[in-house]
Design a protein around this ligand. Structure first.
Ligand code: FDA
Length: 390
C-alpha cells in the first residue's frame, strides 16, 4: 500500500495551491481528482480569462456564519502574494473594474502555473480517479479506483455544488459528516434570480437590456449592472445580492441611481414629451423605458401625469420592488453559499479542531466571496494555509 505524507482530494483551485505549498515544504503529496480534465472551473472562469483575485479582498467581502474566520488565511496569503506569483510567471494581467484582476490572455495560464508548481514540488497528481471510502485509525486510508493509499494528513478540496456537469459533487460534505463536523445549509449563490410567471410575462419585453442600477436585499446594496433576462434578473448587481437573498424576500432596485427622479420629472412638468422619451433622456434605452412603464401601468405624456402619480413613478424608479420566486440553481450559480461550519475548523491552519490531520479548504467551507475574484482568493489563501500545516 502506497504511503504519502498528504493526500488531497480535489485538484481545483484550492487543492492545487495546497499541493504546491505542501510539496515545496518537502512533504510527499498525492493529489486525486475524479475529473479527467484539470481545474475546469479555473478554465471557464472570468469568461476564459480567470478573474484570479481582487485588490480589495478583505473579510467584509465574504459571507460566513463567522465573518472573521477568513481573516487569518487572507492575511497569511493575500491578494498581493498571488499577484507576485502571477508576475513571477510572466502572466500578463489587467484590472477590469472594482479591483478585479483578469489574465490578459487565458485562464489556462493560471492552471499551467499551478500545475507547474506542483510538478516542481514533486506532487503525484492523478486525474480520473474515483475516490471511495475514507477511514482513519492512526493514519488516513483512502480507497480509490487507482488503489488504496495511506497518509498522515488528508485535505478535502472538493469545492461546492455549482455546475455539476463539470464534476461538482457533495463528497466533501459527506466526509465532513462522517468525521463529525457540522454543516451550514447550502444554497446556490452568485446566481440569476427568477420572476414569478406573471412578472415574467409582464417584463418579457425587457429581456436583453442591461442598466446601471443599485440592487438591494435587506441592508445590503450593490451598484453595478442589472441584466433583464427571459426568466428574471441577472447581471453583476443581481448575482451579488443573490448571495444575501432568501426565498420570499423582496429586492429593491434603484433604476436611476444617479438622478433625483422626482426633480427630473418636475422640471419637465407641462411638457408634451412622452414619459418613455423622458426616461430615455435620463439614459435608459427607449425600448426598455416603454416596456418598463407599460409593465407598471404608467404611460402617456409627462404633462398628463398628476403630481401624485409623478411622485409614485419617482418612488418606483428609485425603489422598484421585485419578489423573485427562486434562482436558476446550481446549474447557473457561480458558487455554493454555506458548507463545512467554520466552528469546527481552525482559522489559522484550516485543520478540523477535533480530527488532527484532517483539513478542509476552498469553497467546500462555509466562506463565500462576492463576485469579482474573491472566491479564487479564498481558494488560494485557504489552500496555502493548509499546505503550510498539513
Ligand atoms: P473547485 O471547484 O475549483 O475544485 C474542486 C475539485 O474537486 C474539482 O476539480 C472536482 O472535479 C473535484 N471533485 C469534486 N468532487 C470530487 C470527488 N467526489 N472525488 C474527486 N474529486 C472531486 N471565482 C473567482 O474568484 N473569479 C472568477 O472569475 C470566477 N468565475 C467563475 C465562473 C464560473 C462559471 C463558475 C462556476 C465559478 C466561478 N468562480 C470564480 C468561482 C470559483 O471557480 C470557485 O469558487 C473555485 O473554483 C473554488 O475552488 P475549489 O478548489 O474550492 O473548488
Amino acid at each position: 500500500m502506497a504511503y504519502f505524507d498528504v493526500i488531497i482530494i480535489g485538484a481545483g483551485a484550492a487543492g492545487l495551491m495546497c499541493a504546491a505549498t505542501a510539496g515545496q515544504r518537502g512533504r510527499s503529496v498525492l493529489l486525486l481528482d475524479h475529473a479527467v480534465k484539470l481545474a475546469e472551473k479555473i478554465r471557464i472562469s472570468g469568461g476564459g480569462r480567470c478573474n484570479f483575485t481582487n485588490l480589495q479582498a478583505r473579510p467584509e467581502c465574504y459571507l460566513s456564519e463567522n465573518s472573521h474566520f477568513c481573516r487569518s488565511a487572507l492575511s497569511q496569503f493575500s491578494a498581493q502574494d498571488f499577484i507576485r506569483l502571477v508576475e513571477r510567471h510572466g502572466i500578463g494581467y489587467h484590472e477590469k473594474t472594482l479591483g478585479q484582476l483578469f489574465c490578459d490572455e487565458s485562464s489556462q495560464q493560471i492552471i499551467d502555473m499551478l500545475d507547474g508548481l506542483c510538478r516542481e514540488a514533486g506532487v503525484d497528481r492523478r486525474m480520473g480517479v474515483t475516490v471511495g471510502a475514507v477511514e482513519r485509525s492512526d493514519r488516513f486510508r483512502v480507497q480509490s479506483s487507482a488503489g488504496v493509499f495511506e497518509s498522515a494528513s488528508l485535505v478535502v478540496a472538493t469545492g461546492g455544488l455549482s455546475i455539476p456537469q463539470i464534476g461538482a459533487t457533495g463528497f466533501g460534505y459527506q466526509l465532513a459528516e462522517q468525521f463529525g463536523l457540522a454543516l451550514t445549509p447550502r444554497v446556490p449563490a452568485l446566481v440569476p434570480l427568477t420572476f414569478h410567471a406573471d412578472d415574467a410575462a409582464r417584463f418579457a419585453p425587457l429581456a436583453g437590456v442591461s442598466l446601471d442600477a443599485t440592487a438591494g436585499c435587506g441592508k445590503t446594496r450593490f451598484r453595478e449592472n442589472v441584466l433583464f433576462t427571459h426568466k428574471g434578473l441577472s447581471g453583476p448587481a443581481i448575482l451579488q445580492v443573490s448571495s444575501y437573498w432568501t426565498p420570499g424576500q423582496e429586492l429593491v432596485l434603484d433604476l436611476l441611481p444617479e438622478l433625483d427622479a422626482e426633480a427630473f420629472l418636475a422640471e419637465r412638468e407641462g411638457s408634451d414629451q412622452l414619459l418613455a422619451n423622458a426616461l430615455a433622456d435620463a439614459g435608459w434605452p427607449k425600448r426598455f423605458a416603454q416596456a418598463w412603464l407599460d409593465g407598471l401601468g404608467f404611460g402617456g405624456r409627462v404633462k398628463d401625469l398628476p403630481g401624485k402619480r409623478r411622485r409614485q413613478l419617482a418612488e418606483t424608479l428609485h425603489h422598484w420592488r421585485v419578489r423573485p420566486n427562486g434562482s436558476q440553481g446550481y446549474k447557473k450559480a457561480e458558487v455554493t453559499r454555506g458548507g463545512i461550519s467554520t466552528r469546527d475548523l481552525s482559522s489559522k491552519t484550516m485543520m478540523a479542531k477535533d480530527v488532527p490531520g484532517l483539513f478542509f479548504i476552498g469553497e467546500v467551507v462555509d466562506v463565500t466571496g462576492w463576485l469579482g475574484g474573491y472566491n479564487f482568493q479564498w481558494a488560494w489563501s485557504s489552500g496555502f494555509v493548509a499546505g503550510e500545516n498539513c
